[in-house]
Design a protein around this ligand. Sequence first.
Ligand code: PYC
Length: 310
Amino acid sequence: MTAIRVIDSHTGGEPTRLVLEGGPDLGDGPIAERVQRFRERFDDYRCAIVNEPRGSDPLVGALLLKPHRADCEFGVIYFNNVGYLGMCGHGTIGLIASLKFAGRLRPGAMKLDTPVGAVDVDLQPDGRISVANVVSYRSKREVVVQVPGIGPVAGDIAWGGNWFFLISQHGRALDLKDVESLTDYSWRVREALNAQGHPLVDHVELFGVSQRPGVQSRNFVLCPGKAYDRSPCGTGTSAKLACLAADGKLLEGDVWVQESLIGSTFEASFRWHDRGKGEIVPTITGRAYITGENVLQLDSEDPFRWGIRA
Ligand code: PYC
């Protein structure tokens, strides 16, 4: 038996599984190097922790590590049903709530070492959690992709800790009942985008209007493993803020409320990192709730102990 101790949570409906003990030993060094080791030598653990029969497609795993950077309290690697993420906003909020639940954190500020840089987190006394994400920016404006069966689709490419293609003109209602057609549309766009010179972009984000007062926007975010984000997506909201900032549509310090397909929200704002280059530091605020505490068992006689690999 291999035993893996985890705490499960959800942030705006999107699940996170924090691995506290029993995960792979990735050694020391920068977190980006440890992701490489995880991918090359221990990918079975990723599959066992987040895929069926123990996990599900939207589940994001978070492996808690010793930090490499001296100014960080913890290190972390995020992973999903098909691979590894640079950063994860909902996952960071879930991780902090889980560490608080485990008695390993008090309210206050600290830094987290991720594969794409350090992020500042703040656990507020009321349980809200803010994440000042990595520097985010728009790399290309109005990219037009020819999508087979759909036609030309225009969007912006932006970095928010992962790469996103952000589309406002898609002609679709962002309604939970239409999740299959939204998934099909976004997946086709992603495949066309990857084939037409943008292989790194692995998240597609559609925007629409929210029906709720005080909420600026609603989104649908398709993740790399074809699951949609139940939360408003922290890294996707960071990418959105980078585009709004570049277009002068949101000012430094102003609050943007982003709603997800299921109606959960994040509050977001930014400060300029380098205005000339269009680089911002976005801050995302939300809450997570604990859903379980568990010890996963990998029975050596179980043919599916390492999960069902897609
Ligand atoms: O919140 O950044 C996020 C995220 C990325 C993928 C799923 N959630």
